[in-house]
Structure formats: C-alpha cells, structure tokens
Design a protein around this ligand. Structure first.
Ligand code: ATP
Length: 191
C-alpha cells in the first residue's frame, strides 16, 4: 500500500488536520494516511504539551471509524528528538510491503532543505504538499518527487484551540465531536 505520513504534535488534533488527512486519503493515489503523533522532545520543555498518550487517544477519537486514516505512535519508542529520516528507516524495516510518502504543508516545503538528510528523503520518497496561503513553496516545488495538491484549509491551529479552552470558550465544531466531548470532561489544556 502507498501510505502518506502526516506528522504533527496534534496538541490537540483539530478539524483542520482531519480535513487534510481525509482529503489526501481520498483525493490522491494514497491508499491510507497515517497521522504520526510526535512525542514530547525532552530537550524542549513545553508545559502546554499534553502527554503523548493523551494526544494519541485524541487523534484516534478524532479519526473515528475511517478505514483510510490511522493514528501512529511509531515515534514514541524511538530516540528523542526523532528525525523524519530515522522514522522512515524504522517504518521501512517494519513494513517492507508498504511505500511511505510524506504529507507536508507548503510552509514546511520552503524550509525542507533544513531537515536532516533531506536529499535522501526526497530521493526515496514522494512528498505530497498541500498549499498554505502566504507561503512561497521555494525551489523544491519542481522536484520530480514533489506533488503539489490543492486541499481545503481551515484557518485554525492547535494554539487557538488551547487558548479557547483556557479562556473557557467552546471548541465545538473546531474539533470533531468526540474530541470536544472528551476535552469538555478533562482537565487537559486548562492550566
Ligand atoms: P500549534 O498551533 O500547536 O503549533 P498546529 O495546529 O499547527 O499546532 P501541528 O500538530 O503542528 O498543529 O500540525 C501538524 C501539521 O498540520 C503541521 O504540518 C501543520 O503545518 C499542519 N496544520 C496545522 N493546522 C493546519 C490547518 N488548519 N490546516 C492545514 N494544515 C494544518
């Protein structure tokens, strides 16, 4: 199968993330999208980052029943910080039957040349780039392994969701209902 890897801290997952995952899973030749939850990087203390398993659980709740999208915790057991090139190596060894591709926003493509071993990543993997307004895609946009996709975008971020929760505002419809219900009954992101 051709699997698109969508990496993120998903702190928490929101509808903007899920629209991208679903759009790429259903409107490209990708068979599936795996939402790869990045673990906490011990070198970067971030008190607003919920625990790894809380974020993974929320991603699973957010996806619900969808045969085309899965949550992945593959990076939880890797040395931290985890670099994409190393995660790809582990995935290739674990799942030799699959072909792995990356899904990145246009903002990430412009700085992709700063990623560890980016040339090797690009030589061996297709990169599906969804456009984000206001970002120049940079020189890599014409690379033969880069595919530019148009996807509907929602102008929200996890930072905004956390701020809403902190301020006591509803996040209904900004996140899928099961995520909204879970967070309404939890102390996550409340300080
Ligand atoms: P934060 O506000 O905490 O930085 P975020 O909402 O940007 O979080 P990440 O977990 O960093 O979420 O996102 C994972 C990936 O999804 C990143 O590549 C990011 O660019 C992308 N992304 C985030 N929000 C959106 C959105 N509304 N539409 C499309 N892509 C998004």
């Amino acid at each position: 199968m051709k699997i698109g890897l969508f990496f993120g801290s998903f702190n928490p997952v929101h509808t903007g993330h899920l629209i991208i995952a679903h759009h790429l899973a259903t409107r490209t030749d990708l068979d599936k999208v795996w939402m790869v939850v990045s673990p906490h990087n011990p070198l970067k203390p971030k008190k607003t980052l919920a625990g790894d398993f809380d974020r993974l659980h929320l991603v699973r709740l957010g996806i619900g029943e969808n045969p085309k999208i899965e949550a992945s915790n593959v990076e939880f057991s890797l040395p931290k910080p985890s670099y994409t090139i190393d995660t790809l190596a582990v995935l290739k060894e674990k799942y030799p039957q699959h072909e792995f591709c990356l899904i990145v926003g246009g903002d990430n493509l412009a700085t992709f040349h700063l990623w560890k071993n980016y040339e090797q990543i690009l030589a061996q993997h297709d990169i599906y780039v969804y456009n984000r307004p206001g970002y120049d895609l940079g020189e890599l946009a014409t690379h033969p392994h880069v595919r530019i996709c148009e996807a509907p975008l929602l102008d929200i971020s996890a930072t905004y969701i956390r701020q809403c929760i902190k301020d006591g505002h509803s996040i209904r419809y900004l996140v899928p209902d099961p995520v909204w219900e879970y967070l309404a009954n939890s102390t996550l992101y409340r300080d």
